[in-house]
Design a protein around this ligand. Structure first.
Ligand SMILES: Nc1ncnc2c1ncn2[C@@H]1O[C@H](COP(=O)(O)OP(=O)(O)OP(=O)(O)O)[C@@H](O)[C@H]1O
Length: 336
């Protein structure tokens, strides 16, 4: 279906060999380890998780920038990366990405207007110069840039304005899928709020399917229709932002939420997890979170919990999905 993103059992593993030792045994780093989710046409899915949880790798897999080790990504009924060359080029222009670092993504020697119009020259060579300029002006207006910014160079703009340029450059292609990888993380908090407003505006005016990645749950909550929480290359919980924020079910989501400063919450309520996330070269057996989980049970050390969904909410945790087998006391149908 047009605009539908479907991800099935997606993995991306890296083979690592000790540097300088040809005979050393290779190890496998599981950057993304079995993701399955859908994003409906026009929906925005937020992905949140700590550094190293596999968010950027997921972004690159979604757009076919890197091939998966196994599994598949299907967008609008077509398998990403698996269509013939010409069709793939057409598909690519419908799928755009916004990165964290706007300065790195812009050419310092080319004016803003030219840079926004550049993808049109490549993908729509028949467009007249006037038509191209009109599109660039319109899209600049959409992201809150004035027409005089078009003659400026990247270093003459602020960080927030540069990120608006990057958004405009993606939007000018009228994408059907927009993947945003930490698009506001490099900005000051006040500027972050302005750029998030731009995202809200463009969502209201354009109909694209979106994936918005951030390590900051607060940011994702403002922009996403649903939130997926990632830990060690896997999704541990999916739900609507309000649900995940106010009633997180997975112990890892609970710890993430407890770390977000909120009025009326004392520092004592914060859940401090023991240790760092395990190395994705040595993912623990059973539940990958069991080494840090404050509620760990024996089954968690042995059996890997599946992501089980009910009523639009999905959780991968024995304590939530099978409380009685996990040895958890059950009160009123809820895990106590
Ligand atoms: N090309 C690569 N070769 C080997 N390992 C990689 C490669 N790319 C990513 N990784 C590893 O895969 C894991 C996931 O990385 P990824 O960048 O996707 O995480 P992330 O959640 O986006 O983190 P961050 O927010 O810090 O970018 C990390 O352990 C990372 O070191």
């Amino acid at each position: 279906m047009k605009g539908q993103l479907t991800v099935k059992n997606l993995t991306r593993h890296y083979r690592l060999r000790q540097r300088g030792n040809l005979f050393a045994r290779t190890k496998t780093l599981k950057a993304v380890d079995g993701l399955t989710f859908d994003v409906a046409p026009g929906e925005m899915l937020g992905i949140v998780g700590e550094s190293g949880s596999g968010k950027s790798t997921t972004a690159r897999l979604l757009l076919g920038h890197i091939p998966p080790t196994s599994g598949e990504v299907v967008f609008g009924g077509e398998k990403v990366g698996a269509v013939p060359d010409l069709a793939w080029r057409r598909m690519r222009r419908r799928m755009q990405m916004i990165y964290q670092d706007p300065l790195g993504a812009l050419d310092p020697r080319i004016t803003i207007g030219e840079q926004i119009g550049e993808p049109l020259i490549v993908h729509f060579p028949d467009l007249t110069r006037d038509a191209r300029r009109a599109k660039v002006r319109a899209v600049m207006g959409n992201v809150g840039l004035s027409s005089h910014h078009g003659d400026r160079f990247p270093h003459e703009l602020s960080g927030g304005q540069r990120q608006r340029v990057i958004i405009a450059r993606a939007l000018v292609m009228e994408p059907e899928l927009l993947v945003c990888d930490e698009p506001v993380s490099a900005l000051d908090v006040s500027v972050q709020a302005q750029v998030l407003n731009v995202f809200q505006d463009i969502r209201a005016r354009n109909s694209f399917t979106g994936v918005f990645i951030s390590h900051d749950l607060k940011v994702v909550r403002q922009i996403a229709d649903r939130v997926a929480v990632m830990y060690l290359g896997r999704i541990v919980e999916i739900g609507r932002p309000g649900e995940v924020f106010h009633q997180p079910l997975h112990p890892y989501s609970r710890a993430l939420v407890s770390a977000v400063p909120r009025k009326g919450r004392s520092a004592r309520e914060r859940i401090i997890l023991a240790g760092d996330p395990p190395n994705p070269v040595n993912v623990p057996p059973g539940c990958p979170f069991h080494t840090r989980c404050p509620q760990v049970k024996p089954v968690c050390r042995i059996e890997r919990p599946e992501l089980m969904s009910e009523g639009g909410r999905a959780v991968a945790c024995h304590l939530v999905n099978n409380p009685s087998t996990a040895g958890v006391a059950v009160a009123n149908g809820e895990a106590a």
